[in-house]
Each structure stands twice: as structure tokens, then as C-alpha cells.
Design a protein around this ligand. Structure first.
Ligand code: ZN
Length: 676
């Protein structure tokens, strides 16, 4: 029996032969792929000749083709259509793949050869993409610790292992405390304000824990619980808020305070070992931000304006409530103001958002109008699940661009959320085309019923399609730079920009048509939606910034400074007071003891990224508006300078070339209503 991963696919666009792939094929192909790549790396490091771009960088970029081929398909499957067997394999593979990556990234002989090429960068006559490739590999291996001596490497791997244990412990404590702190309600009357569906969910949650006849409010990750906006009982709201904020700091076995203090100390030590002042300096060195000072500059500029707007919103809420607003009151009165002043009920929009029309006349049509690309469904090609649709994407002049796979509906085998990934990443070195997928989690309607999307789902659709465009447009030589393989604080930028077309008049008037009457969505409804978007931005920006600032505050400590911190709550309060985000009615989106992004989720010293890329996004939207909005010329320029680059150059240099200057923060301030 042959394994379909062992050779490149012969289907159009090298589409993986899904009809032939079964779960049994993954593990052996991955094992063989790792072994092949290590052998390929050895062929590079065994050489005794002078390291050059051709004999070192090119074979490095060509290595691991089988592994890449199978892993892209496997991870797509594991997230979009998992099974017990893919779940088990994913868990089993995690440490093996981490060890495999370390073996390459910490290979001293490979590092030595790349460093030799890096040293002679100016003499080798390389083109800009080739130079950037050398720089990226050299930087990544340096940051991983490939340049350390043996004793330092030993300490580094001790630190990495201990940090991995601690971040896992943080996550487990948080999960346990989140479960334990769920609020038990005895009487349904206390849930007044919730919908019947929410009340029955609370009843079911209680029954699941053998609390028959009672109701359970389970906590969600951020400080604010979604039910706080509708629960009319103030005492219940106060209980929910108190429980949410107590997570990880109650003493006992699930307390996260000592765990996070040790994480902070060890990260600082590791940063110093690698030659940086602190962990944030280490992380941002490999982001477009480059230094914590530049992150601080942006956050410090936003914080006072956000705090000021939140205070103004608070006055309005207090006038309505007739009493001081506390943290647990905010969402409740905020929603009342939204309904009274803006009269927006987002559920009234759904009949205008029929999924197929949103796709064809909205998402696709916008891309055709802006970039000239066209879409045709390829029912002859098979996706990884019967619900997946395959579209061929062509340039305006008819040349092939790639495949776009759409997987719209939710199902038990799919994880939550929405995302884009690449099944094949374009590069000319290996002659790979592009295949991108978008996954959403839209509930499937009853048979014969149309799929009507919510406002947020339409927004998500445009957002994820922005990632897809980034993947489709990238035109690079080397696999390392394919598609969306860019810095974390840049990767959300193209997707955020694509959201602009959702409410663009020429687009929305075409797709937002009532699915029964055929009437276009009334202009005044759209106007109310647009106006309502600004309401609540003071609070939303403040709670986000507070978390981003906390993340930076912990990670700009030196190892000595970190060792001196013993009181988590006091440190947190001082950090927030310093920037004026200490309004008790506007708590941080995450407190340190339940800040999973930064202490277990891979956004350490990087939670600022969301607003960092939104600065670029708002500045870009302004550029489109200044230059006549939706036009092919504007689309071509954005594609040529920014989207088409993929990861093959410095993104901020590309942005400067596109915009004629660096991005400025004013358009974001305006968008969020933060202008004085
Ligand atoms: Zn995104």
C-alpha cells in the first residue's frame, strides 16, 4: 500500500488527493518526513567547502518537503475535521516536532555556515529577497540560541523545559479555577433578562454537574461575561464579576501568582542569556515593532484618550442608571444606551445576509472590483470534507492564481472560531502553486432553509478572506516567505483592511438584499449601524490597552527587577495607575492571574499586536479614501507593494513604499473616536 503523501500530488494545483488520504497515512509520512529533513540538513553541514548562498541557503530552503506537505494537510484536518485518531496523533507529535525543530534551529554547524554567508552579505551579489532570507534565518537561529556555548545551551534548555512546564501549569490552574468558580443560581428569577435559550443552557450546565433544579453561570476567559449586559439582578452581576476576577488568585492549589512570577523571572533570565535587556526586547526584536520602547510609545499615546472617553461614557451610563457605575454594571447600561440612542438590533440585519449572496456578491465581488480576480467553482475537485467547496481563482488577464477552499459550517469535528490556512504555500524555488482555505463556524440551517449570517459572521467572512488574499497574492521565490508567513504583529493587517469592503456602499448594496422580498438593505439601517460602531469604544479600547500594558510591564523587567516583585496585585495596580488606566469601573480585559495569552498562549510581550496592526489598517483605509476609494488602480497598488510581498521583505519598508510615508496613528484615533 502506497502512502499518498510520499510524492507531490498530480491533481490540479497539487491539490492533496483527499479521496485517497486516510488517518493512517499521517504518522508514517510525518516520521519519514522528519528523518528525510534531518538527513538533508546533514548533507549541508557535512560539507567542507566555503559556505555560499547556493550550497547552504538553497538546500536549507529545499529541505523538509515531505514533512511540510503532510503537516499542512494534517494540521488542517486536525482543526477543521478532527477525529480521535488525529487528536491522539497531535498530542503524540507535539514534543517530537518541537524536538525536531530544535535539532535544526540549534544546530551549531548549520548556524556556523549561515553566519559565514551572513558575514559576507555585501560581497555575494545577492538580490533583496536572497539577502532578506539570509538575515531572517540568521536572526531566528540567533534568537533560538544557536550561537551560545555548550554551558549556555544547557542552561537554555533547562529554562525552556521549566517554562514549558510552568505555562502548562498556568493553563491547567486557570481551567480548574474557571470551572470551580462557576456561579450556582438557585432560582430562575435571579436570571431575569437572559433569553430562554440562555436560561436552558444554564440549567443544562447545572444538570451536567449533578446540580439538578439549579442553574450554573460558567465563566468565560475575559473579565467581562457576555451575560452581564442582560442580567437585571445587580447582585448576580456582582457575583459574576467577582468570580471572574478572582481566578488564579484565591490561594490553594490553583493559585497562579507564584507560577506567573516564576515565568516572568525565567523569561527575563533567558532574555539576558541571549543578550537582551528583558523578555519584551527579545520578543520585539523579531517583530516589526523592533523594540519595547516603540510599543510603549504607541500604547502611551492611546491610553489617556481611551481613559478619557471611557470616563465620558461612564457619565452617560450613570445618568441613565441613577447611581454610580461599578464594573459589573457597565455592560448592562452600555447596552441600554446602545438601544436607546442608536436603535440597533443586529438580529434585524440577518435576513439581508444570505450566505451565498454574501459570498458571491459580497466577498468575491469586492475582490473582483478591487483586484480584478475572478472565481469559478470546481465541483470536479474534492475537498477534505463533503461540505468543503473548491474555487479556482484567476487574475484579470486569465492566468491561474490558485485554489480557494471554503468550509463555512460548524460541526462537531471542527474547532471553534474562524481562520485561514494554506494547504500549499506558493514559491517558485519548488514550483509550488497556492491553495488557501477559509474556515468559519456558521450554524447549519435546517434542510431547505437559507443560511442567514449575523453581522459579526459577515465581518468575520471578509476578515478571513483578507488572509486568503494575502496568501493568494504573495509571489515569492523561497518557501520561507510564502503567503502569510510574516511577523505576528503584521499578520492581521491585510485581513483587517479587507473588512473595509463589508460596508462599502458599492459592495453592501449589492449583497445585502432581503432573502425573501429582494429589497436592498435600507440606507438608514446601515447609517445607524455605522453610527453605533463608535459607542462603547472608550471602554473597549481601555480594557484592551490595560491588558496590553500589563503584558509589557511584566516583560520589560530585568531578571533582577523580576526577582524583587513578590506581590502580583500591587505590581498590576501600580502598572495601570502609571498610565491612567486604573478606573475601577473599567477593569483590565485580563488580570495577570488569568491572562492566558501572555502566560500560556504564545502572545507573551505580544498582546499589543492587535492594535499595532490596526494602526496600519486604519491608515490604509484612509489612503483608499483619499485616493478615490474602491478602484482597480488602488487595488493594484496595494497588491503590488504590500500583499504580493508575502514575507519576502521588511513589511514596514513595503508599507512606506506603498503609502509614501510611515503609518501614522491619527486615523486609528479617529476610527475609535479617540480624537480630543
Ligand atoms: Zn485574522
Amino acid at each position: 500500500m502506497s502512502n499518498p503523501f510520499l510524492a507531490p500530488s498530480t491533481l490540479p494545483y497539487q491539490l492533496p488527493p483527499f479521496a485517497e488520504i486516510t488517518d493512517e497515512h499521517y504518522a508514517p509520512a510525518i516520521e519519514q518526513g522528519m528523518a528525510e529533513q534531518l538527513a538533508e540538513i546533514q548533507n549541508i553541514t557535512r560539507r567542507r567547502d566555503m559556505p555560499t548562498f547556493e550550497n547552504t541557503m538553497v538546500p536549507l530552503e529545499s529541505s523538509g518537503q515531505l514533512l511540510t506537505r503532510v503537516l499542512r494537510v494534517f494540521y488542517n484536518k486536525a482543526s477543521a475535521d478532527s477525529s480521535d485518531s488525529t487528536n491522539a496523533l497531535e498530542e503524540e507529535l507535539a514534543p517530537k516536532l518541537a524536538a525536531h525543530e530544535d535539532a535544526i534551529k540549534l544546530d551549531s554547524a548549520l548556524y556556523w555556515r549561515i553566519a559565514q554567508v551572513h558575514e559576507r552579505l555585501d560581497e555575494l551579489g545577492l538580490n533583496p529577497e536572497q539577502r532578506y532570507l539570509v538575515e531572517r534565518h540568521y536572526t531566528e537561529m540567533t534568537l533560538a540560541g544557536a550561537g551560545l556555548d555548550d554551558a549556555q545551551k544547557t542552561r537554555l534548555s533547562e529554562l525552556n523545559a521549566r517554562l514549558s512546564t510552568l505555562t502548562t501549569k498556568f493553563e491547567k490552574n486557570l481551567l480548574a479555577d474557571t470551572n470551580e468558580l462557576a456561579i450556582v443560581i438557585d432560582d430562575a428569577a435571579e436570571l431575569d433578562g437572559l433569553s430562554p435559550g440562555e436560561i436552558s443552557a444554564a440549567s443544562q450546565a447545572a444538570a451536567d454537574r449533578n446540580l439538578k433544579g439549579k442553574y450554573l453561570i460558567t465563566l468565560v476567559l475575559p473579565t467581562g461575561h457576555p451575560w452581564l449586559e442582560s442580567l437585571t439582578n445587580r447582585a448576580v452581576r456582582a457575583r459574576v464579576m467577582a468570580a471572574s476576577r478572582a481566578r488564579g488568585s484565591r490561594g490553594g492549589e490553583h493559585d497562579n501568582r507564584e507560577v506567573l512570577l516564576e515565568i516572568v523571572r525565567l523569561r527575563a533570565e533567558r532574555a539576558e542569556l541571549l543578550g537582551f535587556d528583558n523578555h519584551a526586547a527579545f520578543v520585539t526584536a523579531d517583530q516589526t515593532a523592533k523594540t519595547p520602547a516603540r510599543v510603549a510609545e504607541m500604547l502611551d499615546r492611546l491610553a489617556p484618550a481611551a481613559a478619557r472617553n471611557a470616563a465620558a461614557e461612564q457619565q452617560k451610563l450613570e445618568a441613565l442608571a441613577g447611581h454610580p457605575i461599578e464594573a459589573h454594571d457597565w455592560a448592562f447600561y452600555n447596552e441600554k444606551v446602545r438601544k436607546a440612542d442608536y436603535d440597533v438590533d443586529t438580529s434585524e440585519l440577518r435576513p439581508y445576509f444570505e450566505a451565498e449572496r454574501v459570498l458571491q456578491q459580497g466577498v468575491f465581488a469586492a475582490a473582483t472590483k478591487v483586484y480584478g480576480i475572478t472565481f469559478s467553482e470546481r465541483t470536479d475537485l474534492v475537498g477534505y470534507h463533503p461540505e468543503v467547496r473548491v474555487f479556482e481563482v484567476r487574475n484579470e488577464e486569465g492566468t491561474e492564481l490558485g485554489l480557494y477552499l471554503l468550509d463555512l459550517y460548524t460541526r462537531d469535528s471542527k474547532r471553534g472560531g474562524a481562520w485561514m490556512n494554506e494547504l500549499i504555500g506558493q514559491n517558485t524555488l519548488l514550483e509550488h502553486p497556492t491553495i488557501v482555505t477559509n474556515n468559519l463556524n456558521v450554524p447549519k440551517p435546517a434542510a431547505g432553509e437559507p443560511t442567514l449570517l449575523t453581522y459579526d459572521e459577515v465581518n468575520t467572512f471578509f476578515h478571513e478572506f483578507g488572509h486568503a488574499l494575502h496568501g493568494l497574492f504573495a509571489h515569492v521565490t523561497y518557501p520561507r516567505f510564502t503567503g502569510t508567513n510574516v511577523y505576528r504583529d503584521f499578520v492581521e493587517f491585510p485581513s483587517q483592511v479587507n473588512e473595509m469592503w463589508m460596508l462599502w456602499p458599492e459592495i453592501v448594496n449589492d449583497y445585502a438584499v432581503h432573502h425573501v422580498t429582494g429589497e436592498p438593505i435600507p440606507a438608514e439601517v446601515l447609517e445607524r449601524v455605522r453610527a453605533a460602531q463608535l459607542w462603547g469604544e472608550g471602554f473597549a479600547t481601555s480594557e484592551y490597552l490595560a491588558a496590553a500594558l500589563l503584558d509589557q510591564a511584566w516583560h520589560t523587567l530585568s531578571a533582577d527587577e523580576a526577582a524583587a516583585v513578590t506581590d502580583v496585585a500591587a505590581f498590576e495596580a501600580a502598572a495601570l495607575a502609571r498610565v491612567g488606566l486604573d478606573n475601577p469601573a473599567v477593569p483590565t480585559r485580563y488580570s495577570s492571574t488569568y491572562f492566558a495569552h501572555t502566560f500560556s498562549g504564545g502572545y507573551d510581550a505580544g498582546y499589543y499586536s492587535y492594535i499595532w496592526s490596526e494602526v496600519l489598517d486604519a491608515d490604509t483605509v484612509q489612503w483608499f479614501e483619499e485616493n478615490g476609494g474602491l478602484s482597480r488602480a488602488n487595488g493594484d497598488r496595494f497588491r503590488q507593494f504590500v500583499l504580493g510581498l508575502g514575507g519576502a521583505g521588511d513589511p514596514l519598508d513595503a508599507y512606506r513604499a506603498f503609502r509614501g510615508r510611515d503609518a501614522v496613528i491619527e486615523p486609528l484615533l479617529e476610527r475609535r473616536g479617540l480624537v480630543a
